[in-house]
Design a protein. Sequence first.
Length: 187
Amino acid sequence: MPPDVSARARIGAGMLVLGELIVQDGGAAIAVRIFPSVGVFGVIALRVAFSALVLLLVARPRPPRRLAEWGVIAGFGLVIAVMNTSFYLAAARIPLATTVTIEVLGPLVLSVVMARRPIAWLWAGLGVAGVVLLWGLDLHRLDPLGVAFAAVSALSWAAYILASAESGRRFPVRSTASPGRWRSPRC
């Protein structure tokens, strides 16, 4: 965050990230338990439908007016579809913790590439070392297709971050300071 951001804003941002992680990973933990009942694609449909409902209720986005806006939405939707599908197909074949660990490599690599600072490579190296330590020597026991799906999910998560930034640039967001007013993001 920029240095001019208040401590309150930093704490709020951290709490939002923590909340997102709890919801995302908690949802994934529940999702893998209902695979036998609704299947992988049923879980994906339930998660996407629930997310769309929350988005409509909370953000109340306006419909796009230009063809370029529809392109951004379609690209974003495609990235989300690939990310969710590959994640749950991986989680159906390899342990959830392993799936999440592989998936996190996508944003990690993206952050290193976007940082353009040498220290970022040190942190990335430590992250990769942590992944290797968590996996131990049991890599040969993992389903290769599950690992491939998790890798696609990792790439999709990095693409999701980029698509989200583009979406933020293209579409105004509702200001929390004055709920009835719209403002352009500072991205």
